[in-house]
Write a protein of this length. Structure first.
Length: 167
């Protein structure tokens, strides 16, 4: 199955982590990668690393803020993409957090994501993707789409990111 967690609301990564725990609870072999997030940046990374060992990788450079950083982001995205493609050989489920963000800002290409989806289907691997900006072509491919909608968030009152909540 192709599962997608998208939308402007908070909770996409948390849903991916929950999906990972559910699969692990059924003795499935899971790999979890993060496209944009740097290693050691978010609380879930420490726990996923403990649970998954080499089956976890945070390979991002952070979110793309400056155009001159694009080549480094593209290189990191390609390394994560290659890692993910290799994981499809040995897992029951592959979770790739922030794939849609990487796709939307152009550091991943449509052809690459299509190849990932095709290989996962060929191998019978559940593929879980997340991020904002779900393109129509990928929505048409998905078996399950959950859209997170922001109703209220502390940032609207000027509260900065909170440890254990946003990271």
């Amino acid at each position: 199955m192709l599962l997608i967690y998208t939308g402007n609301g908070k909770g996409k990564t948390s849903a991916c982590v929950g999906q990972t725990l559910r699969a692990l609870g059924q003795d499935m072999h899971v790999a979890f990668g993060q496209f944009m997030k740097k290693d050691g940046q978010a609380g879930e990374q420490r726990m996923l690393s403990r649970l998954l060992g080499d089956g976890f990788r945070a390979g991002g450079k952070g979110f793309l803020r400056k155009e001159e950083d694009r080549p480094a982001h593209r290189e990191a995205a390609l390394a994560m993409f290659d890692w993910g493609m290799r994981q499809l050989e040995d897992v029951d489920m592959l979770v790739l957090d922030e794939t849609l963000y990487a796709l939307g800002c152009g550091i991943l290409e449509e052809t690459e994501v299509r190849a990932l989806v095709d290989k996962a289907r060929e191998r019978g691997v559940h593929l879980v993707l997340s991020g904002r900006g779900l393109p129509e072509w990928l929505a048409a491919e998905a078996d399950l789409i959950t859209e997170m909608g922001e109703v209220k968030h502390p940032w609207q009152q000027g509260v900065t990111a909170t440890k254990g909540i946003e990271y």
